[in-house]
Design a protein around this ligand. Structure first.
Ligand code: MN
Ligand code: MN
Length: 293
């Protein structure tokens, strides 16, 4: 069981995340600059009383995840694009993580349906004691029935205070080993469906970073530790505080010193188009509460 004030924070984060997801559907259009979408939705999170739990992810077509606009991004939404918008909201460190795939120009409608139905089918089975492997099995089966592949090396994840990936992963395919979900735990579930190989790999680009253990040795690191705690951040978030030409240099320096962790943009290996659906839920004795619905 979660304490009342923790539950309240999760619900508040979930409500905001759901609102932002709806807003994303209205502003993602052909020709819109990605940076405008990132800025607008992140600002809206703050206006609603939350904070971004990670930079807004906006991933196009065969990019599965982890794209956010760098400070001078000129990318716009292309015609006929499948756009994944992945939103994280935190209230007092308690996180709601949700994603939606938007079709621009009526492409990939079946692919969108596949990940959405996989999420829906798997969520129906959630309760105290359900096995992670059986969740993966349902997701895989649903997506394969559409003729697509689930992405096997992306997973859902346990959420804890200021911790986006708290150690346990919900698979998108049937697995031999696993664990049991317990009442009171909070998870994000996120099936990905693709027309490609079903595997993502790191690209050479990374625009999302994290400071895994708080450091205060420099003004730069102590600012990051204070503002974002151990949650992911973007260079865009630093331009109001530090000289623009310094930010990239400092990030590069601390990444190579392994003080800052970089999250490469993840691309589908077969260059297949990718859809994603995601919700955050609290495990209950006889079901679950979807906080981002
Ligand atoms: Mn997400
Ligand atoms: Mn997630």
């Amino acid at each position: 069981m979660l304490e009342a004030n923790i539950l309240e924070s999760y619900r508040a984060a979930g409500d905001i995340a759901a609102k932002i997801r709806e807003e994303a559907g209205k502003i993602v259009k052909e020709g819109t600059p990605l940076i405008k979408i990132c800025d607008a939705l992140e600002k809206r999170i703050i206006k609603e009383g939350g904070k971004p739990a990670f930079p807004l992810n906006i991933s196009l077509n065969d990019v599965a995840a982890h794209y956010t606009s760098p400070p001078d991004d000129k990318t716009t939404i292309p015609p006929k694009a499948l756009v994944k918008v992945d939103i994280g909201v935190q209230v007092e460190g308690y996180i709601a993580d949700t994603a939606v795939t938007i079709s621009v120009g009526k492409v990939g409608m079946e692919l969108i349906k596949a990940s959405e139905l996989a999420l829906e089918n798997a969520l129906k089975t959630i309760k105290h004691g359900v096995k992670s492997s059986s969740i993966g099995e349902i997701i895989e089966k649903t997506i394969k029935e559409f003729g697509f592949k689930p992405i096997s090396n992306l997973t859902g994840h346990l959420l804890e205070k200021y911790n986006l990936h708290a150690g346990k992963s919900i698979p998108n395919v049937k697995t031999k080993i696993g664990f049991v979900l317990k009442e009171g735990e909070v998870y994000a579930m996120e099936p990905f469906a693709t027309t490609g190989e079903g595997i993502v790999e790191d690209s050479k680009y990374a625009y999302i970073y994290r400071l895994p253990s708080p450091k205060t040795s420099t003004q730069f690191l102590s600012y990051i530790a204070r503002e974002f705690k151990t949650l992911p951040f973007a260079a865009r978030w630093l331009i109001y505080k530090f000289p623009r030409n310094k930010i990239e240099e400092l990030i590069r320096k601390f990444v190579s010193a392994q003080i800052i962790q970089a999250y490469p943009v993840l691309v589908e290996r077969g260059k297949g188009t990718v859809s994603q659906a995601e919700h955050t839920f609290i495990v209950k004795r006889n079901g679950c509460e979807i906080i981002s619905a």
